[in-house]
Write a protein of this length. Sequence first.
Length: 291
Amino acid sequence: MRPMSPLSALAFAIFAALGAGIGAALVAAEGQHANPLLFLAPTAVGVFVGGLVASSVRVVSQWERMVVLRLGRFDRIGEPGLRFIVPVVESPIFVEMRVQTVDVAQQQAITQDNVPVVVDGVIFFRVDNAEAAALKVESYRMAISRLAQATLRDVIGRLSLDELLSHQERLEHEIESAVETASAQWGLHVEAIKLEEIDVPEDLKKMMSRQASSEREKRATIIKAEGDRQAAAALAEAATTMATSPGAMQLRVLQTLDGLGPSASNTVVFALPLEVFDALKALGAKLPAKA
């Protein structure tokens, strides 16, 4: 039951006070022997008229519409503002036009690969047609909630567990499209449907955790092997460069010596100078030619 608006309460109070004032004036005019009905009758009339006026005044807020039924049949839609109805003959139904939210109760569903899951969510919708929402369904909030529950079970039954967990946005879109199509005849428009939780059995969670751990270990092994391959290729390229450049090896040796640092504890002993090695190489190359 919608509470009385301040304007209706004010109108009722004015007429009731006016009737009581007229009754009091009549009693005062008659004196001490005045009939009590002189006060009660005007007061009762004032209360009755005030009640009729109060029940005929309606204030429609900006975010709602007033569906007016005349003798049980649809008559008109009351827009926001001050509106009047005929008491007794006409009855109003106020319909919320803002975006509303309805929870999808937690429920169990079976996936295509026979895995039981527990899901819940929330629906965001609004009323596009106030007449249809008021007259074509008893309670559009309850109706859209039950419709979303049934649609959720149907859609989950067509998906495997992997698809359900990895394509949640697709699942939400399919549910939203199905609910939108069915609820359009009730004058409703679905803004979005979001799944808040998808719960799977504990033993399956442990298996999925082990699978994820194995996948991470596999990726780590592959990355390490790829790094070793690249390092080996780089070393082979460096060795080729040093072999083809006469001074590259000598520069590398000098760089290694420089990296040892000036500490006295580091002692490097060469059996022969590097020039001797170069001379032996040159001599070894000439001997086969003379032979």
